[in-house]
Design a protein around this ligand. Structure first.
Ligand SMILES: [Zn+2]
Length: 297
C-alpha cells in the first residue's frame, strides 16, 4: 500500500509577497496523518486555516483562502509543490497574509521539500478516482476532469501575444515530472496590465526577478526557461488550485484557457461529488505510471 507522507524536518525560508511587497518568513512543518495542508499565521497568534476549496475567498491574479479576517493569499504555487511532490500533510507557517513569490515558480518550494525530506506515515493515502466526467465552463473557457489511472494534465493557453499564441501541453504528474517539467516555470505578466494592477494595490512586490514580464512584442527577462514556459506555469497553477479539493486525484484534467476562478470551481465541484467518486488506496503513488519516479526516499 502507498502511505501518506509528511515532511521529515521543519524548514524555513524568507521571501517577498508578490502583491503586498512585504517580507515574509515561511516555515514548512510536519503534520499528523489525515491533516492535509494547514496554514498557520504566526503573526496572528498561530491561528490556523485548512487549505480547502470551501474557503476560497478571491481568485483575481492569485488564489486566496480565508475565513473572516484570517486569510492567506497566493497559495497556488506552494500548494502545487506539496501536491506535485507527494506531500499529503504539512503545516505552512507564515508571519504575513501572503505566501512569498520566490522566483515566481515552484522551484524554491521543491528545494525546501527536498531539503526537509519526506517520510511515510501510518495511514494509507486515499486517491479520489474520477469515474464520472465533470466540467466547469465560463464564456469559452473550460476545465474538465475525466477518468484516468494516473493524474495527467492537458492545458491550452491562448494569448494575443506573438511569443505565446496557442500552447498546449500534456504532462503526467508525479514527483519526477513535477520537479523537472512543471516546477521551474515562472508566473508571467504583461507590462500593459502592470500599471492597472498597481493601482489596485496588486503586484507591488513584482519584478523581473519573480515573473516573466512581456511587453507588446518580447520578453523583458534575459531568457525563458522553456519555450512554452507559459503553459507549463498554468499547469502548476491548476495543480495548486485543484489540490484544494483535499485529495490526490486519479483523473485526466483538461483545461482550455483557465484561471484561478475555473480551477477552484472545479476543486469545489470535485469535493461535492464524493458520494459517487470512490476513495481508494493504491499500491503505488500516482498510479502505475509513477513506478519510475521515486525521488522521495
Ligand atoms: Zn501562478
Amino acid at each position: 500500500m502507498y502511505y501518506q507522507r509528511t515532511l521529515k524536518n521543519a524548514i524555513e525560508c524568507t521571501g517577498v509577497g508578490l502583491h503586498s511587497g512585504r517580507k515574509v518568513v515561511l516555515r514548512l512543518l510536519p503534520a499528523p496523518a489525515d491533516t492535509g495542508v494547514v496554514f498557520r499565521r504566526s503573526d496572528l497568534g498561530g491561528a490556523e486555516l485548512p487549505a480547502s476549496a470551501a474557503l476560497v475567498k478571491r481568485v483575481d491574479f492569485a488564489t486566496t483562502v480565508g475565513e473572516g479576517d484570517l486569510q492567506v493569499s497566493t497559495v497556488e504555487h506552494l500548494l502545487g509543490s506539496l501536491y506535485g511532490m507527494g506531500v499529503d500533510n504539512a503545516v505552512v507557517e507564515l508571519d504575513a497574509s501572503e505566501v512569498p513569490i520566490m522566483d515566481g515558480s515552484a522551484a524554491s518550494f521543491v528545494y525546501l521539500v527536498r531539503e526537509a525530506g519526506t517520510v511515510p506515515q501510518s495511514r494509507t493515502r486515499r486517491y479520489l478516482r474520477i469515474v464520472r466526467p465533470l466540467q466547469v465552463e465560463d464564456r469559452g473557457k473550460w476545465i474538465k476532469v475525466l477518468p484516468s489511472e494516473e493524474l495527467r494534465v492537458t492545458y491550452t493557453v491562448d494569448y494575443d501575444h506573438p511569443l505565446i499564441r496557442q500552447q498546449t501541453l500534456t504532462i503526467p504528474v508525479n514527483p519526477a515530472t513535477f520537479e523537472d517539467q512543471i516546477a521551474p516555470a515562472r508566473t508571467f505578466g504583461f507590462m500593459r496590465d502592470i500599471e492597472t494592477l498597481r493601482v489596485k494595490g496588486l503586484t507591488l512586490g513584482g519584478s523581473k526577478d519573480n515573473a516573466v514580464v512581456l511587453d507588446e512584442n518580447k520578453v523583458l527577462n534575459d531568457h525563458l526557461r522553456f519555450a512554452n514556459e507559459f503553459v507549463r506555469h498554468k499547469i502548476l497553477d491548476v495543480l495548486g488550485d485543484l489540490s484544494l479539493c483535499g485529495y490526490m486525484l486519479k483523473a485526466h484534467v483538461i483545461v482550455h484557457k483557465g484561471g484561478h476562478g475555473l480551477h477552484t470551481q472545479m476543486a469545489k465541484l470535485v469535493r461535492s461529488t464524493l458520494a459517487f467518486h470512490p476513495l481508494e488506496s493504491s499500491e503505488e503513488a500516482w498510479g502505475p505510471a509513477a513506478g519510475a519516479a521515486q525521488p522521495l526516499a
